[in-house]
Design a protein around this ligand. Structure first.
Ligand code: GRG
Length: 304
């Protein structure tokens, strides 16, 4: 993203992050159907769920990875919004009574509470369809690139990715999982979409060497797990007000977490180890991977 002042200087991370977040909010506003159309209630609920909240971690990762392939801001807007729409769909469905049954998300009533359950179901469905529609409609330089981006998002969100991880999550309530089993669940449930965000951002510009894509994939896998370990730590250390979602849910629901499996101190050490390994995977890129490096630090140190 071009600096707005100090021409030539790279803006501090917090400025860059705010720029990407603002840019993503605006792009989502354009890509989502307007609430004034005939399907007022559904479109209003889609906009309610997707706009005005969230850290936008996946768009940030896509923009940061896109810097390595010189991707245009327009291409990254599209990829960032597609990934974020899938993420929001997963949150809306996850909050429904048939899944995690939660009433608070991003500091506001969840979609099914603010609207109703059938609307929340359709919001998730429609956000998912819209994500693939905007990817398919973008003027990629060649069709192969667009198709590969569609494939990456479908893989990350489908039964071998996020939806599969959610199935394991639902099946493991009250069951002790080993650390490898917990890791597999989170690699799919949370990690697969984070991985898709990084790889899609990286593949939105000029083709990258296979070795570079492998390095980014190694980074993304560790960053995805890191995100979840920190999420588990925050679930039992932060307040509902800070998180903007119900704290302590996992323990209350008898769900296995890194904290319940390892204890708080070892979970914190694991997060630190994953952060170090994630940064190690980026070493060959040098300063070109600055934003990804900063994002790994942000994911580690986030408070919500
Ligand atoms: C319903 C198919 C389907 C999948 C749901 C991602 C997911 C699977 C459920 C969300 C439940 C959850 C709290 C998972 C832990 C990690 C996670 C994805 C946290 C929420 O993501 P953030 O912190 O949220 O990036 P914001 O609101 O900042 O975007």
């Amino acid at each position: 993203m071009a600096p707005t002042s100090n021409a030539g200087a790279t803006p501090p991370f917090t400025d860059w992050m705010a720029q990407v977040q603002t840019r993503t909010e605006a792009a989502l506003g354009r890509y989502l159907p307007g609430a004034e159309t005939i399907l007022h209630r559904l479109h209003d609920a889609m906009r309610y769920s997707a706009l005005g909240g969230g850290k936008r971690v996946r768009p940030l990762l896509a923009f940061a990875a896109g810097q390595l392939s010189g991707a245009s801001e327009e291409a990254l807007d599209c990829v960032a919004c597609a990934v974020e729409m899938i993420h929001v769909y997963s949150l809306v469905h996850d909050d429904m009574p048939c899944m995690d049954d939660d009433v608070l998300r991003r500091g506001r009533p969840t979609c099914h509470v603010e609207y109703d359950e059938p609307t929340a179901l359709l919001v998730g469905d429609a956000l998912q369809s819209r994500a693939f529609e905007i990817l398919a409609a973008h003027p990629w330089p060649n069709g192969t690139q667009g198709l590969e981006l569609v494939r990456l998002l479908a893989h990350g969100s489908g039964s071998c990715g996020m939806a599969g991880g959610q199935a394991i999550d639902l099946a493991s309530v009250g069951k002790p999982l080993s650390q490898p089993e917990l890791e597999l669940m989170h690699a799919l449930k949370t990690g697969a979409l984070i991985r898709a965000a990084v790889l899609m951002g990286a593949q939105s510009g000029a083709p990258l060497a296979a070795a570079d894509l492998q390095r980014l994939d190694a980074f993304a896998k560790r960053a995805g797990l890191l995100f979840q370990v920190v999420d588990d730590i925050l679930d039992c250390t932060a307040s509902t007000a800070t998180l903007g979602k119900t704290a302590g849910k996992d323990a209350a629901a008898e769900k296995p977490t890194y904290v319940s499996l390892l204890g708080l101190d070892t979970a914190r050490q694991l997060a630190e180890d994953l952060r170090r390994d994630a940064l190690g995977a980026l070493a060959e890129f040098g300063p070109r991977a600055r934003r990804l490096t900063e994002l790994a630090d942000f994911i580690t140190n986030r408070q919500f």
